[in-house]
Design a protein around this ligand. Structure first.
Ligand code: 5GP
Length: 204
């Protein structure tokens, strides 16, 4: 019997919404979802491990990966490159395992072009005020920088229209439960199960 492909899940949303936190929390749960490790040119933060959090690359190395078509998508974000190595994604879904990509919105739209069958989940802040709090809470940015980030965030929120699902990140554990429900529902989609039950169901 033909093996069902795994789901390509894309978790995205505006900067500051908590994509990283939600993804890390999902990762701690006992699910069968695999995680894509991105390549980046930004420097490792304290505690980050090469090959676990990211594959840390020089700009030269990253540009070579682009040239050699090793990336499913890539984007330049706050002065650094970020991209998804394509081989691991393909191998995983071909094996029938689900994989999740946690990426910003420009990259997510590029994945949509190459993998329209992907499942695109938009993480939504509970409100703009809350998003602003999270952006302010992160560091020591000036008012000017915060306002610029908020303008970008509004544009990013507008991208919600291009996604299949919208998950509010009011509380991390609730957002994680919603994502797990989406994965379950996607596995129950008729189109995915036609092949499995073809002996039982008449095809017209
Ligand atoms: P950070 O530097 O905080 O780890 O990540 C910055 C942003 O880059 C986050 O919004 C994160 O989702 C995004 N990001 C991480 N990996 C990738 C990737 O492979 N491709 C794209 N397009 N964005 C990514």
């Amino acid at each position: 019997m033909k093996k069902e492909k795994g789901l390509l899940l894309v978790l995205s949303g505006p900067a500051g919404v908590g994509k990283g936190t939600v993804c890390a929390s999902l990762r701690q749960e006992e699910t069968d979802i695999q995680y894509s490790v991105s390549a980046t040119t930004r420097l490792p933060r304290q505690g980050e491990v090469d090959g676990v959090n990211y594959f840390f690359k020089t700009r030269e190395q990253f540009e070579k990966m682009i040239e050699q078509d090793q990336l499913l998508e890539w984007a330049e974000y706050v002065g650094n490159y970020y991209g998804t190595p394509v081989d691991y994604v393909r191998e995983t879904i071909d094996k029938g395992q689900d994989i999740i990509l946690e990426i910003e919105v420009q990259g997510a739209l590029k994945v949509r072009e190459r993998f329209p069958e992907g499942v695109f989940i938009f993480l939504m802040p509970p409100s703009l005020a809350e998003l602003r709090n999270r952006i302010v809470g992160r560091g020591t940015e000036t008012e000017d920088v915060i306002n610029k980030r908020m303008t970008v965030a509004r544009e990013e929120i507008d991208m919600m229209k291009k996604y299949d699902y919208v998950v509010e990140n009011d509380q991390v554990h609730l957002a994680v439960e919603r994502i797990k429900s989406i994965v379950t529902a996607e596995h129950c989609k008729r189109e995915r199960l036609i092949e499995k039950y073809k002996e039982l169901v008449e095809v017209d």
